[in-house]
Design a protein around this ligand. Structure first.
Ligand code: NAD
Ligand code: LMR
Length: 336
């Protein structure tokens, strides 16, 4: 067979080289849970990202679907057993974690805790061992608890760097933007809405008072947009009727967030995304807000900005639930 057949189409790898000159750093990205509903399309999107020079795909279910991707020039390697997890992680700059079970109708994200907490804990134990300086993008639910679990695991291992741990809440921002643009008549791609708090139900707090472009939506409209953003995940879970939760939109959101992390690492200025991070913006130890990304991960956790009375009320209402979810994660990691 002719393994030396030259590729005719320019690959993402060639593009990366031609954009970046000598100064584009080599970046390895690992996806844990790469064979799943999110993992597959997310891996494909990461493969197309010119900032990625090596892609490592790990899943205990094996990664046969992903094998065809290794036929193109960004080196892609699939790893399918726990013994290979170290190889999958070694040298990673960014580790994206969509491993774990998704919701079925009638479940809350917290109902996934019993299964996903253990998965996240074991994956983070391996990250601490094999790539302790990597940036971690946590997608597995309940994000409000899995991020604190990761932090505890890293603390125990002595590798915790609060600047490198991110709960991915980009999908909440995409939903808020899309729903707002539909109502305000703005162009979605030119619309922005910060979303703060956490990633479950009422802990998801879109700040429509800070939306750009601004508009004069009624209180009823703002209330309806807020609820739709908070229930966006549940809407998909119900529509899929037992076949899981958002996958393609999450892959897109995850690719946007990982790209922002890579740009930050590479020194691109003014990269700001909302994310659930260690925070002193409120009295809670973890909180989602706008974050400026840089060469070390979090460069600056930005404040909430001016809130409407409705948002101030939402903020107070979400704190008990968010605190409980954070504490549940910490307790699990300490006791297990
Ligand atoms: P899925 O079941 O389709 O895929 C999950 C994959 O994880 C499977 O391939 C499974 O084999 C793998 N996996 C399980 N345990 C593993 C382990 N120990 N190591 C490596 N891989 C392992 O589920 P999905 O639809 O891709 O969703 C994955 C997770 O993402 C769920 O917890 C879901 O709730 C969450 N999610 C989060 C967001 C968000 O906004 N943060 C959005 C959508 C879904
Ligand atoms: C989402 O927001 O779509 C995810 O968190 C998945 C879910 O369970 O809703």
């Amino acid at each position: 067979s002719s393994s030396a057949t030259p590729s005719l189409a320019p690959s993402a790898h060639t593009l990366r080289r031609s954009y970046g000159s000598e100064s584009t750093p080599e970046r390895k990205v690992a996806v844990l849970g790469a064979a799943g509903g999110i993992g597959q399309p997310l891996s494909l999107l990461m493969k197309l990202n010119p900032l990625v020079s090596r892609l490592s795909l790990y899943d205990i279910a094996g990664t046969p679907e992903l094998r065809p991707m290794s036929a193109t020039s960004t080196p892609v390697t699939g790893y399918a057993s726990e013994e290979q997890l170290g190889l999958a992680l070694e040298g990673s700059d960014v580790v994206i974690i969509p491993a774990g079970v998704p919701r079925k109708p009638g479940m809350t994200r917290d109902d996934l805790f019993n299964i996903n907490a253990g998965i996240v804990k074991s994956l983070c134990t391996a990250i601490a061992k094999f790539c302790p300086h990597a940036i971690v993008n946590m997608i597995s639910n309940p994000v409000n608890s899995t991020v604190p679990i990761a932090a505890e695991v890293f603390k125990k291992a002595g590798t915790y760097d609060e600047k490198k741990l991110f709960g991915v809440t980009t999908l909440d921002v995409l939903r808020a933007k899309t729903f707002y643009a539909g109502k305000a008549g703005s162009i979605p791609a030119a619309t922005n809405v910060p979303v703060v708090g956490g990633h479950a139900g009422i802990t998801i707090l879109p700040l429509f008072s800070q939306a750009t472009p601004a508009s004069n939506l009624s209180t009823e409209d703002i209330t309806a947009l807020t609820k739709r953003t908070q229930d966006g995940g549940t809407e998909v879970v119900e529509a899929k009727a037992g076949k899981g939760s958002a996958t393609l939109s999450m892959a897109y959101a995850g690719a946007i967030f990982a790209d922002a992390c890579l740009k930050g690492l590479n020194g691109v200025p003014d990269i700001v995304e909302c994310s659930f991070v260690q925070s002193s913006v409120t009295e809670l130890p973890f909180f989602a807000s706008k974050v400026r990304l840089g060469k070390n991960g979090v460069e600056e956790v930005l404040g909430l900005g001016p809130l409407s009375d409705y948002e101030k009320e939402g903020l107070e209402n979400l704190k008990p639930e968010l605190r409980a979810s954070i504490e549940k994660g910490i307790k699990f990691a300490r006791e297990n």
